[in-house]
Write a protein that binds this ligand. Structure first.
Ligand SMILES: [Zn+2]
Ligand SMILES: [Zn+2]
Length: 178
């Protein structure tokens, strides 16, 4: 492993932990498979989809340069320990999913972290094809003022209540199970 890069991830995240190791390893495997294509200057050339919002995403952001702010890190909340990486120009993509029984439950956090960082890639992750399409490029939308709270939101986030245009926060969701 690249100790310097790992140390940088730890500094960025604030501590070292097995979760950070998962993201570190996923980003490293993506680099091996797709080529060292990541760059902090990239805008949307490379897109990462993280299926969790846990510690590992910080390593992914540091290593790949994909961030929420640039719109090339997208959070897809399934809660799975899975990350997809797409190259927009070529349409290539891979999805790395941590294997469910990758490790013995009784090992310490330190041992677990070391295992995630150092075990052969195929022991820790499944390397799959993404089971979703490459996300759309970020689009600009007109702002609409909520008729209840007066705050502005992009058009696609608005809802109607009694004929009034309201924001998500002012909308009482109506859901019946699916
Ligand atoms: Zn952590
Ligand atoms: Zn509102």
């Amino acid at each position: 492993m690249n100790k310097k890069l790992w140390d940088e991830c730890v500094t960025f995240h604030g501590h070292e932990c097995p979760g950070l190791a998962i993201g570190y390893r996923a980003a490293e495997i993506a680099k091996e498979q797709l080529g060292d294509i990541f760059s902090p200057e990239f805008d949307e050339e490379v897109v990462c989809v993280s299926e969790n919002d846990a510690c590992g995403v910080d390593a992914v952001q540091w290593i790949t340069g994909c961030t929420i702010g640039k719109g090339n890190l997208i959070y897809k909340p399934s809660g799975k320990m899975a990350f997809s990486f797409f190259i927009r120009e070529t349409g290539q993509g891979i999805r790395l999913v941590m294997k469910p029984n990758a490790f013995d439950d009784n090992i310490s956090r330190e041992e677990l972290q070391k295992y995630i960082l150092e075990a052969p890639a195929e022991e820790v992750f499944w390397v799959k094809k993404p089971n979703y399409k490459i996300p759309q490029r970020a689009r600009l939308f007109k702002s609409v003022i909520c008729e209840n709270c007066g705050e502005a939101s992009p058009e696609y986030k608005m809802r109607l209540v009694d004929g009034k245009r309201v924001c998500i926060d002012c909308f009482d969701d109506y859901e019946r199970g699916w």
